[in-house]
Design a protein. Structure first.
Length: 420
């Protein structure tokens, strides 16, 4: 999913004004070309070009259906699809579609699939146009902001924002095809993190228009915008047909990622979301807890500038006490373990930088970490694949070792029983 250019509310409203002009012209007895000629003078285009654009509106009038305009919302049903003609523009219609979907689920226990364009909202499921009309007319009471926020994590907009944030963290490489399962795991791994919250904020502020949707619903309540329900139709109205055809052409099939690719990507998320305590073993004055994805590529002490930065999985306060003891030359037996780990990790981090910290956080034996860093000293796909493969082999060796030990113990037990 890419970030499309939204159609503003003002542009959608202008489309509504044009439709109203066509409707008025039809009622005055004007033909399609005559109306197109009048519009061509206003918009500076050829009558033939405009006639092609307004033909569905003219046909809507000819069939006796209400025309959606800047002051009229039209709701119609066709089979298991309800089309809400609302000229709110891209961002307002996105907010309204989520609102309608959530209210249908909560009030009527009827989950629906939703989609939208700048001029229509599509709801697919066991829902009637009459139910949608009622919701729109009574929608001034519920808190639309709170309702829509509950739906955002499930939206494609938030999923796009969270994957963009993950790309910045190096979890996903450019050009990678993402499966739904992968993005679900990504969201679960990043939930309640600063990255998640920032992606959620961007989705709310940039991908929908809650305030605009609230204003539109208030206009319905005040009678400034009317809601007309056409009921169930045997075939879509001409204006609905245009939208349905466009929506169908936009649908794309997304191939699923391989299971192994998903597991490697999930491991990236888990590693980069971990927090470790970093400390300078040179001046022994700097200590800080940092999420790995926020760590500088080349960590340096902000006090003395040294690259001798060690890393441990321990509390920042506890590590601070160890540094104080180290400065005073009074390390206790309990302190020496943390100090030893700081020095060991500092030797790798000073040489390889952030990539060493990520590798060490994987929990692999130091020897294997060094082998991987020498083979691939960058945060690349290959680096994470090497970590994944080595981790898988380690688990397999441990499992095989336990099984062999169990077999040995069972064999010993059997031989003991036989001898008795």
């Amino acid at each position: 999913m890419g970030e499309e250019i939204p159609v503003p509310y003002e542009v959608a409203q202008e489309v509504g004004l044009v439709r109203k002009f066509v409707e008025d012209g039809f009622r005055e007895g004007k033909g399609l070309l005559e109306i197109a000629e009048d519009l061509s003078k206003r918009y500076g285009s050829t009558p033939d070009f405009i006639a092609r654009g307004i033909e569905p509106v003219f046909e809507q009038c000819r069939l006796g259906y209400a025309v959606p305009t800047d002051r009229r919302i039209v709701v119609e049903g066709y089979k298991d699809l309800v089309v809400v003609h609302v000229l709110g523009g891209t961002l307002i219609n996105r907010a309204l579609s989520r609102f309608l979907s959530e209210v249908l689920t909560e009030r009527f226990a009827k989950p629906v699939a939703v989609s939208e364009d700048p001029y229509r909202i599509y709801l697919k499921g066991q829902v009637s146009p009459e139910e949608i009309s009622i919701i729109l007319k009574e929608a001034s009471g519920p808190d639309i902001s709170q309702t829509v926020r509950r739906t955002m994590e499930r939206s494609g907009f938030f999923r796009f924002r969270i994957t963009q944030a993950a790309r910045k963290m190096g979890i996903i490489e450019k050009g990678a095809t993402l499966s739904r399962e992968f993005v679900d795991n990504l969201i679960d791994a990043l939930r309640d993190t600063p990255v998640y919250k920032e992606a959620f904020r961007e989705a709310i502020e940039r991908d929908i228009d809650l305030k605009g949707a609230e204003k539109l619903l208030k206009k319905i309540t005040k009678g400034e915008i009317e809601v007309v329900c056409l009921g169930e139709l045997e075939s879509p109205s001409p204006i609905a047909r245009v939208g349905i055809d466009l929506m169908t052409r936009k649908l794309e099939r997304v191939p699923l990622e391989r299971r192994r690719t998903l597991k490697v990507a999930k491991m990236r998320v888990e590693l980069l979301s971990q927090t470790r305590t970093f400390a300078c073993i040179e001046c022994k004055g700097y200590v800080e807890e940092i999420e790995l994805h926020r760590l500088d590529e080349v960590p340096k002490c902000p006090i003395c500038g040294s690259r001798r930065i060690g890393m441990v999985d321990a509390d920042e306060f506890e590590v601070g006490l160890v540094l104080t003891r180290a400065r005073e030359g009074a390390l206790t037996k309990e302190n020496k373990g943390i100090w030893r780990d700081l020095k060991r990790t500092a030797s790798l981090i000073s040489k390889f930088g952030k990539v060493a910290a990520v590798a060490l956080a994987s929990g692999l034996p130091r020897k294997k970490v060094e082998e991987i860093l020498k083979s691939e000293p960058r945060l690349s796909s290959r680096f994470y694949e090497l970590l994944y493969e080595e981790g898988r082999r380690l688990v397999l060796r441990r499992f095989t070792g336990r099984r062999e030990q169990d077999q040995s113990e069972n064999s010993f037990s059997s031989s003991t029983n036989l001898s008795t």
